[in-house]
Design a protein around this ligand. Sequence first.
Ligand code: ADP
Length: 606
Amino acid sequence: MKLKKMKLVLSFMKGNQKNYITAIVFMILATITSLINPLIIKIAIDSIIGSQPIALSGELLALYQNIGGKDYLLGNLWILGVILVLISAVNGVFNFLSKKYIALVSERTAKNMRDDLYDHIQYLSYSYHTKVDTGDLIQRCTSDLEKIRAFISQQLMEIIRALTLITSALIIMLSLNVNLSMISFIVTPIIIFVAYKFFKFIKEKFKQTDEAEGAMTTVLQENLSSMRIVRAFAKQDYEIDKFNNASKKFKETDFVVSRLMAYYWGTTDLICDMQLGAILILGTLWAAKGLLTVGTLLAFIAYSQNMIWPIRNLGRVLADMGKASVSLTRISEIFDEKGEDIDLDEGLKPDIQGNIEFSNVSFEYDTDKPVLNDISFTVKKGQTVAILGGTGSGKTTLVNLLVRLFDCKTGTIKLDGIDIKEINRKWLRHQIGIVLQEPFLFSRTIKENIAFSNINASNDQIESACRIASVYDVIVNFEKGFDTMVGEKGVTLSGGQKQRVAIARTLLNENRILIFDDSLSAVDVETDAFIRDQLKEHLSDTTTFIISHRISTLKQADLILVLEKGIITQQGKHSELVNQQGLYKEVYDIQSSLQSDLEEGGENHA
Ligand code: ADP
């Protein structure tokens, strides 16, 4: 794991480093105490039951004499049993304390990471969010984060445990018998080498598994949020196929990893068993020749068995570290992405009146295809601008530029004479309210949904916004009124009701500029007219943009822009445009004849 990534992990530990060190110290103490019992068994067999001289000195020898010495202990072997149990108990306490501290650190670190990630995502540029797969992003915030938590709480600790165990056991074993130590450790470097190579090799496979899982999550997430469309088009079979393919791809990549892991375990099992076999065979032969004591042989067998698991596990830990490293890369990619509001405190925060001027604005997204071309128009404070244009003509892009979701590449947009690029983004957006065609309502109460734009708003303010948006009567007719839950656990609002709740939400913020991005499309013509009248009456100083296809809406605007393939082909008032050849007149003629057909139909029917 690279230093930069380790630094990132450490930065999330924030004030928990001491606890982490405490956990490591307890873990080292636990590992060392686990090595004492084989030595006591060796002393018991060789020097208490057997006749070897006792290999103790200093304080330990004094302790041995105080307990009663060889003769007393031989008659009271139960004392050794008690000592073995006590040491195991101390080992257990150390293990417990280590795990307790590690749980504390890893949970807090994961929380810090989760919160920072969420904060960061909130401020990432809109263009980042339009590019990224939501499913993949969710996976990075959940399962990738979990892998890093496991890295802190398990893998790093396992490595320190294995290293402590190997060095301490090596010291003890070398002091007991050099030749048998050589045999016991001969395969350790081989296993570590094999593990390391394996880890390097499998890293790419883990990445592929993660990507396949991310792709599968994306399919699932998109399917769940587009259930209505799927059903409307009866495309369930197609969606099932799509998910099956993504799921199959994930299964295949995961299977490759599982197969490789099985090879690894099989091979290392074999190597470790061969090593234990060698210790047993040579140890027994040497013991028979008197080259080592039975107690020493038993201690070696115990140590070797103790070490087999951590050494073999080292491979898995290293492989898991590979996963954590991939996850950390995936998470640091998000952190490396520059947030658009990094300059939160920078820029001007002028009092905004609402005079807007677009001068020769052109824009394209990442592709070279121009989306807006040489757009120029002027709007005065309090005026209403209506935009008419076919799908893909650039209407939404135009308003996105105004709120600086994207910055225009050529030309300037001025607000009260100030280039909007000089205005603080957050401030700018606070002055401009947008209502989208398909507004998103949270699974919260209606009141919470409306107060989302201004959490300090009073009930009176909320109610008056709802009256202007013509949704007050609808809400109070619900059993729980403003406390009615929206979404799965509550009422299902119609498209028009949702749009009107969203309008109320936007109005509550008392913006100087309002944008309705086709947001009255699901509302009937009368209600549409009523809402516009209300807006005129209550918000006469507010500059308003309305994207719409309804001539009845467009015709009342102070300025109408006709947008075709990113170019303003016509602009002016209704009275001017209706007398010009062009899209506006075509739409007008069609809608007028439809209207008169409807009226005639109505009369005939009557
Ligand atoms: P309208 O609102 O008039 O339907 P848009 O402004 O949404 O049009 O889109 C104009 C053009 O820009 C379309 O061709 C669309 O495919 C493209 N476009 C819109 N958003 C993006 C984006 N985030 N990245 C790349 N192209 C985009």
